[in-house]
Design a protein around this ligand. Sequence first.
Ligand code: HEM
Length: 433
Amino acid sequence: MHPNLSFEQAPPISVPYRFFVTAPWFGAAAGLLLAWLGPDALVSRWAPGALAVTHLLVVGFMLQAMCGALLQFAPVAAGGNVWRPRLLANAVHPLLATAALVLAAAFVSSFGPLFIAAASIFAVAIAAYVVVVGLALRRTPAQGATLMALRLAVVGLAVTATLGITLATGLGNGRSLPLIEITLVHAAWGLGGWALMLVMGVSYFVVPMFQLTPPYPLRLAKALPLALVLVLGLWSWQLTGSAAPWQTAVLLAGMLLAAVYAATTLVLQARRRRKVADPTLYFFRGAMTCLLLIAAFGLWFAVDAEAGADPRAAVWIGVLAIPGVFVSAISGMLYKIIPFLNWLHLQRLGGPGVMPPNIREMIPARTMTGQMWLHFAAVAGLLLAVLQPLLTRPAGLLFAASCAWLGVNLAGGVRTYLRFRDRMLASAATSAS
Ligand code: HEM
């Protein structure tokens, strides 16, 4: 499973970058919304504010970053030939950004037509993305655990979006639907079948490559995505309307799988050959620790019925999962991917007289580390705010600040690329004339 990169099919750098530089600002918007809504926002998962904040993160921050990363990753790491990536990005990027804002506005205002508008825009954007990227991943002759997880993640995105669009349409036109059951299944596919599956598939590839760890054990790497899909299939049983007595066992099995993946990643990272610690490593460790905590608290909430019935229990798990696992893992990956892509594209541009900067200077380590600590402080603040609602405003502001800082850092990395690209092109033009 050793990384085999093929750059011939890599998309233009502007394709992933537009998604990467937009994503953090949705995180900042989520933090500001939380601060604006104040103490009531996190008291229950069903609070409209909590749903708006959730979606600014899951379809604003996470979906943007993940769609951009997959457009880069599918051709380069899995040999998938994405059809007209620039055209796809030109269409999908603004549609996703608009739909995320409209959906958040729909939750905050409970205004039916906004739900319908968001559902329609998402339907177009996600259908186009799933068809084009899904075909690329289906047609590639490559094999392996990464590819399997990526294919399943795209299926996970399709299922999540279909259920989300059904929910939003139902809320928009007042049709009566089994909202709770559909939401539970939608949330599980979104966080497990799409987000965790994609993080798993990408990490099988990039953790050994960037952090010089031993590879993930092949059998485990293949078994985890398949087992996750099985668990999600069983969890979806509740859509039939009959609650099965084994649903809690299925939930715990899903959390156990996530914990096995997290523990394996932490063990591999402890055995890395180059003992250098950088923000990506810490971000990843933080994400994996949150994943282990989710399993521990999930077990506690299943065993202790009183604790599990507390409305704050689900919000607590949600904070651990969304800012804790996914925002951390994505931030860490972006801090590696952008310097790497900068270096790669500048290297290929070549040109006499101008050398591309060292990969470590693309985004200064000090500013990445500072942002990382602010992010972890914000996650801790959000967890405290679940216990003490008066802390919701400061925690929201802290989270907004850390996402804005991430946005500034990533934009700085992109500006470094543009600066050197322009210098190289100018120097090539001078020497040609
Ligand atoms: C693609 C990634 C997505 C993820 C990870 C995701 C995640 C979630 C989660 C975790 C919840 C439950 C919140 C809770 O129980 O506290 C939820 C609820 C919901 N989602 Fe999504 N979602 C995604 C996409 C979408 C899309 C595209 C739409 C609509 C166009 C949508 C519409 C909804 C609605 C309407 C609810 C709440 C329903 C209710 O009030 O009962 N979601 N989503």
